[in-house]
Design a protein around this ligand. Structure first.
Ligand SMILES: [Zn+2]
Length: 205
């Protein structure tokens, strides 16, 4: 996960101020960043300017700022239920939509391209699969479009109190899809577990 996210996730009010990292269902506060340098300066710079910097600036901050949520609160949802609202991200974010797509792709690709941590005994290391990993790599390099079978869901938490929790990429199998997700403060993925998250769904072949 990006280093900037770990700084953001540190909560000085907790006894252990380090970010809570959940891997394989176990949570622990750690200062060990789930990241390692394996890209060159140019590639790191591209990942940062094409998505990371923007998206991290939109998520929940310890001072209460939560820009993307403020944007949603001013907009009309295209569907509303008592538990959630659905918004048309492309219409709302316009040219900024690509930042989310790129940022999510970069987190999933980095997690898949490199084993950040030894996997817990009951879990496999995160993987996009060889074919998608290559499609994502070409997309991140600007050589190809976003994978045709991929869709990205961005979940924004509506909770007043934001839990500064980060969840590393993991995978669920739903029918004929593989659903990859990760969670950053204020922006989790397709479940009820985090503050806000990003998930990408890939059709299986
Ligand atoms: Zn490079």
């Amino acid at each position: 996960m990006p280093a900037a996210l770990y700084r953001l996730a540190r909560d000085p009010a907790r006894r252990n101020p380090n970010p809570v990292v959940i891997i394989g269902g176990r949570a622990s506060a750690t200062s060990r960043q789930v990241a390692a340098r394996f890209l060159c300066v140019d590639c790191e710079g591209r990942l940062s300017s094409a998505g990371e910097r923007y998206v991290l600036g939109q998520c929940a901050r310890p001072n209460g700022e939560f820009k993307v949520r403020e944007l949603l609160l001013r907009a009309s949802p295209s569907f509303e239920d008592k538990n959630f609202c659905v918004y048309d991200a492309a219409a709302l974010l316009r040219s900024h939509t690509d930042y989310y797509l790129y940022f999510a792709a970069s987190v999933f690709w980095r997690a898949s391209a490199r084993a950040w941590l030894p996997p817990p005994a009951d879990r496999q290391r995160f993987s996009l699969g060889d074919a998608y990993q290559e499609e994502f790599r070409l997309y991140l390099l600007g050589i190809a479009a976003f994978p045709r079978n991929g869709r990205l869901l961005v979940h924004i938490w509506s909770d007043q109190a934001i839990d500064f929790m980060t969840i590393a990429p993991c995978t669920l199998r739903v029918d004929s899809e593989r659903r990859h997700k990760f969670c950053i403060p204020g922006i989790p993925s397709s479940c009820s577990w985090a503050v806000g998250s990003l998930s990408a769904m890939m059709e299986e072949h």
